[in-house]
Design a protein around this ligand. Structure first.
Ligand code: GRF
Length: 327
């Protein structure tokens, strides 16, 4: 799979299905590879007779079935969620799950539910994707793995694969080849998504997007780290550093300026999973925000970048920012 080394801790996932479960099977078998960064702790279905459940049982995976018939959406969602939580799942992977999840459910699992859809999104959301692609005369159909948000098939696309459409193709023949492509795509996309929490390039890009959106900022290398500055080339000052396992630390972290040693130590004491004292910089009140861990609060990261920027930006810029903030 994606990671070269076996991961030390695997993310626990629940797979939701409604039908044949061929994508589920691809995920189950991929999870047995030593490098897979996830393990499947539950296969759950809204259809008691779903074919995929039998295969999951045969392969020794825990299963849960709960029919949606005669139940409200909320009641059915709640039963599925309970089983998911009891199994210890940290993520939900939808694989042909033919039920729309309630907005509240999706909000509770924000960033932790993914789905596979048989089209090259944003094209052909919803049903009959293959027939629509053929009808439109497209050269390719395909599949997309995306994050689930309340709006149907509209979340961030994480990965896609294209499948050529032949002359005289029917939606059945196309669907068959798209499935083959899906089985390659889904385990890989899931692994990549899980690993991106510890991927320095992904984390640096997120930090960079926020840091460089602040006024008059630029990026510069600084002692082997990436630094972000405010002000002119000559007299500008650093307001943040991105450290990827720097100076022997195991953390990938963002360094920002606190008001001083007291505040820094208080933060570390209150939230030792989030903050740490970085080598060298800690002595002057810079705190490290740990980024390579699940559940990073990116709003907090963004607030810190803004605050740190303010603490070193020239007054003419902070004044402008104050004025802008009033609206
Ligand atoms: C797949 O085509 C997937 O894209 C869609 O539902 C189908 C599930 O098929 N969301 P299977 O049950 O995995 O065979």
């Amino acid at each position: 799979m994606v990671a070269d080394k076996p991961p030390t801790t695997r993310t626990k996932v629940a797979i939701f299905i409604s039908g044949s479960g061929t994508n589920m099977a691809a995920l189950l078998y991929a999870s047995r590879l030593s490098s897979a960064p996830y393990e499947v702790v539950l296969v759950a279905s809204n259809k008691v007779e779903a074919e995929g459940l039998q295969l999951a049982e045969l392969e020794g995976f825990a299963t849960f079935a709960h029919s949606h018939k005669g139940q409200s959406r909320d009641a059915h969602d709640a039963a599925m969620e309970r089983a998911t939580i009891e199994a210890g799942a940290e993520m939900i992977v939808l694989a042909g799950y033919m039920r729309i999840l309630s907005d509240d459910f999706v909000a509770r699992w924000d960033g932790r539910i993914i789905n596979i859809h048989p089209s090259l999104l944003p094209k052909y959301k919803g049903l009959d994707t293959h027939a629509r692609a053929i009808e439109a005369g497209d050269s390719h159909g395909g599949a997309s793995v995306h994050l689930v948000v309340p709006e149907l098939d509209a979340g961030e696309v994480l990965a896609q694969v294209k499948v050529a459409i032949a002359k005289g193709e029917t939606s059945d023949t196309l669907a068959e080849r798209v499935k083959l492509a899906e089985h390659q795509l889904y385990p890989r996309a899931l692994a990549d998504y899980i690993s991106r929490d510890s991927d320095p390039t992904h984390l640096l890009n997120r930090v960079r997007t926020v840091a460089l959106s602040l006024p008059e900022t630029s990026e510069r290398a600084s002692h082997g780290a990436r630094g972000f500055r405010v002000g002119s080339e000559k007299s500008g000052k650093f307001f943040a550093y991105f450290n990827a396992q720097h100076h022997g630390s195991e953390h990938i972290a963002l360094l920002v300026k606190t008001s001083g040693m007291d505040e820094m130590l208080n933060l570390i004491e209150a939230q030792p999973d989030t903050y740490y004292k970085p080598a060298f910089y800690g002595a002057s009140g810079w705190v490290g925000i740990i980024l390579n861990r699940p559940g990073v609060d990116w709003d907090n990261v963004s607030d810190w970048l803004t605050r740190s920027w303010r603490s070193v930006a020239p007054v003419r810029l902070t004044k402008l920012q104050d004025a802008a903030d009033m609206f």
